[in-house]
Design a protein around this ligand. Structure first.
Ligand code: SF4
Length: 334
């Protein structure tokens, strides 16, 4: 983490009160921040979760009258609809990683078995700094690695986020296989869902596991198509549109599109506002309103991950639109 950049920002802007915010997995960095910054400004640490740069603790900062939010672990979100009135300093946290010879040899064998020569490399923000080294190692083994493009103004080269894969899409035509360097499955599955044909492999730097994200995405798609086609056959007469209030998750234009489609078929729409949508919250709403389906307009992953087992259909906006257009091309994100 670039502690100097933080210290320099505080000094230059004469900052006296800071709200520090980090995803749960990076909250241990609060200890380091405290060691470096205490005495320079009054520090407050957010206990709330944050799942992406879309999710800024603006209400907390407002209440505390913080002069800046120090948002750890993400780069600036490209689709903010609510412009933060409090400055946000985004400080990514990078994981130091050196792939072992054995891991690189296994990876080379795996790629050869797929007959892949041109390898598209992308990563979650914690691992973008390792892409150059990964590319060098692949080159040494006779492959042609291509690091993803720089997706938007402030992001890193090759960076993907759960709802933006433009850095990969920009190089799609030149690669045989994508390799996603990220912990867990979230990012690689997202990329596989947004690509119809390209093979996508995940490489988890924490476990050293190489895995087939395209295969997992196909299983998810099979479930999603089952939900959508069952609904298309059965029909529905009411929909709950979940509107996210996190700064990057408020998407009024999508809400409007959903309402317009519903109007054409005289479907009853309830607009449900949610700061943080969990299964419990949706159960509470469903107990009260008993609607036929729900469409989540906040984070496109909620319907696919957290709420995929909900006892009523919970759709992404793109899945909902399929029900009206009967164009069954899967579109992710959205
Ligand atoms: S995938 Fe969801 S949590 Fe992640 S940046 Fe996008 S909206 Fe935010």
């Amino acid at each position: 983490m670039d502690y100097d950049a933080i210290a320099e920002y505080i000094k230059r802007n004469n900052i006296r009160r800071i709200l520090v915010q980090a995803p749960d997995g990076l909250k241990p960095l609060y200890l380091c921040i405290h060691r470096v910054l205490s005495g320079r400004a009054e520090l407050y640490y957010s206990s709330s979760p944050t799942y992406g740069a879309c999710d800024l603790a603006l209400n907390e900062a407002r209440r505390l009258r913080a002069e800046v939010i120090l948002h750890i672990g993400h780069t600036e979100y490209p689709f903010l609809h609510i412009k933060p009135e409090i400055p946000v300093l985004y400080i990514p946290a990078y994981y130091r990683w050196t792939p072992s010879k054995k891991l690189m040899d296994d990876l080379a064998d795996h790629l050869k078995s797929l007959n892949a020569q041109n390898i598209g490399l992308v990563a979650s923000i914690q691992h973008t700094h390792s892409l150059e080294q990964l590319a060098e190692e692949l080159e040494k083994r006779g492959f042609n690695p291509i690091i993803g493009s720089k997706p938007y103004r402030v992001a890193d080269r090759g960076q993907i986020i759960g709802c933006d894969y433009t850095s990969a899409i920009a190089i799609e035509d030149f690669v045989d296989v994508f390799l996603v360097l990220a912990g867990g499955k979230f990012h690689a599955i997202g990329l596989a869902l947004s690509m119809s044909e390209k093979k996508v492999l995940g490489l988890d730097p924490y476990t050293g596991k190489i895995w087939d994200a395209q295969g997992e995405a196909r299983r998810i798609l099979a479930k999603r198509y089952y939900i959508v086609t069952s609904l298309a056959n059965k029909g529905f007469s009411s929909v709950g549109v979940v509107i996210g209030l996190k700064p990057g998750q408020y998407r009024p234009r999508i809400v409007h599109i959903i309402e317009e489609y519903a109007k054409k078929k005289s479907i009853c729409v309830y607009k449900i506002v949610s700061e943080e949508l969990t299964e419990d919250r949706l159960i509470a709403i469903d107990n009260a309103l008993a609607l036929d389906i729900y469409v989540v307009t906040s984070c496109p992953r909620l319907a696919l991950d957290d709420l995929e087992g909900f006892y009523k259909p919970v759709l992404t906006p793109a899945e909902y639109v399929m029900l009206f257009t009967k164009d069954y091309t899967y579109r992710y994100p959205w």
